[in-house]
Design a protein around this ligand. Structure first.
Ligand code: HEC
Length: 440
């Protein structure tokens, strides 16, 4: 119990010490004059609070699980620090020789503090932590698998015992050459063979097994992370290959997708603001039952949900009038798409387009050519085929393409034709726009 006071009490000798040092310097500079007995009491109190701090620290060391080596260093530097304080106390009248213990105390204090910090916060406690703890990748298809997907897992779950600081089992996992070299029992990795890779084998052992990694009580590797590591090893444990080169199957695609920063949220707003859409156009759409909403807080950009209504001449004209403002368009389940396709091609700032469950076909695809900012395109349950997707070649910002239950059969082919685009053929629920009612 009293040991718990240590982290609080350690700051007292530090404060007292610097106060004493300040007084000493000011005296030397003849800025102040203090009585001999005052200075003596300041030094003595510094020593006493350092004893208090050591006492509580000693109690705490018995209770906590600390790295033994660091603990010993911390303890001994604390002892030396206190001894130096005593030395300062006894030499307080000998201004000339005092410079040495002052300097010593300063150095030892730094070490004590550093080891103490290492004990409570770990060896890397001085490193700036990335504010974003949940690791995300920008583009799951283009990610270098080792660097962006595997390494962060090992870093999070293994480096604390198999990194630059410690090498349990003589194994380091923090650099490719160490991964290949392995530990006491030989290589940790065997390319193409997860079942022969010690790293994988140890993780797959039952939790209760003594050899299970990471050891019991430590943060464990999740099922998804294991699947990713297995996929990487099966694909040859290559340190440079990109995700799409390792042919992720549906299951891995799904996991990869969950690692990706949400595309639609990102796609929300262009940097430059636009002028408000014409009130007359907005009115026409609203009258027809079309949902028109601001695309975010304090913006003139719009999202439009046709709610399955096939727009007539007036509505199409109104939509065209808003061509700068509309960044998301939900045309799911709209049955008349030819005229719509024509207008759609003019929505120059469009980011997200939902066309699922429409008769949209390869014929209309050409209309999307000009949508240079399009990031998300949903073509699920349409008649579009590989041929139609060719029209998307020039859309450099496209990140996600949903083609579930469409005419697209050759997913791998599409994937290589559209590098950087996550091709989604899964049958799970798709992200939809707020206000959707007719969606999947
Ligand atoms: C809390 C410390 C700790 C963490 C975290 C940890 N390990 Fe270990 N690891 C050990 C210890 C201790 C040994 C040596 C004893 C043994 O072989 O079981 C070891 C041994 C190993 C070995 C065998 C090395 C050899 O050649 O004998 C492998 C492989 C391994 N760990 C993989 C991992 C992987 C992969 C992770 C992360 C997912 C991990 N460890 C996380 C403590 C840890």
């Amino acid at each position: 119990m009293i040991g718990k006071l240590h982290p609080l009490l350690v700051h007292l000798p530090i404060g007292f010490f610097f106060l004493a040092l300040l007084i000493r310097v000011l005296i030397a500079l003849k800025k102040i004059s203090v009585s001999e007995s005052f200075f003596k009491w300041v030094l003595l109190s510094t020593f006493v609070v350092s004893l208090l701090s050591m006492g509580t620290g000693w109690l705490l060391s018995g209770a906590g699980e600390y790295d033994a080596e660091t603990l010993i260093r911390h303890q001994w530097s604390a002892v030396v620090f206190s001894a130096t304080l005593l030395l300062l106390y006894f030499t307080r009248n000998k201004a000339r020789v005092q410079a040495i213990p002052w300097g010593m105390a300063l150095v030892v204090l730094t070490f004590t503090g550093h080891y103490g910090g290492t004990l409570t916060h770990g060896a890397d406690f001085l490193q700036v932590k990335h504010p974003d703890q949940q690791h995300t990748i920008e583009n799951a298809q283009e990610a270098v698998v080792y660097e962006e997907i595997i390494r962060p897992i090992l870093e999070k779950k293994c480096y604390s015992c198999h990194g630059s600081g410690k090498q349990k089992g003589k194994l380091r996992l923090d650099l490719p050459e160490f991964l290949l070299k392995g530990g006491a029992d030989g290589p940790a990795l065997e390319a193409f063979h997860p079942d022969k890779s010690l790293l994988m084998v140890r993780m797959l052992l039952p939790d209760s097994d003594e050899d299970h990694m990471p050891p019991k009580g430590k943060p464990q590797v999740t099922e998804e992370e294991k699947a990713l590591i297995e996929w990487w090893i099966t694909g040859g444990a290559d340190f440079r290959k990109k995700s799409r080169e390792l042919a992720p199957d549906e299951k891995i695609q799904k996991i990869l997708r969950s690692l990706e920063a949400p595309v639609e949220a990102e796609a929300v707003l262009p940097e430059k603001e636009v002028k408000p859409g014409a009130a007359a156009d907005l009115e026409v759409l609203k009258k027809a039952g079309v949902l028109v909403n601001p695309a975010g807080l304090n913006t003139n950009y719009l999202e439009v949900n046709l709610r399955g209504i096939s727009p007539g001449k007036d509505e199409l004209k109104a939509l065209e009038g808003l061509k700068e403002q509309v960044i998301r368009l939900n045309a799911a389940s709209v049955q008349q798409v030819e005229e719509l396709a024509e207008v759609m091609g003019k929505l120059q700032n469009l980011r997200v387009l939902h066309l699922q469950r429409t008769p949209w076909s390869d014929r209309e695809m050409a209309g999307l050519k000009g949508l240079s900012h399009l990031r998300v395109l949903n073509l699920s349950f349409t008649r579009v085929t590989e041929k139609g997707l060719k029209e998307l070649d020039g859309l450099k910002e496209l990140r996600r393409l949903y083609v579930y239950s469409s005419g697209v059969k050759d997913r791998a082919g599409v994937m290589s034709a559209l590098p950087g685009v996550l091709i989604d053929t899964g049958g799970y629920r798709l992200n939809t726009l707020p206000g959707d009612s007719l969606d999947l």
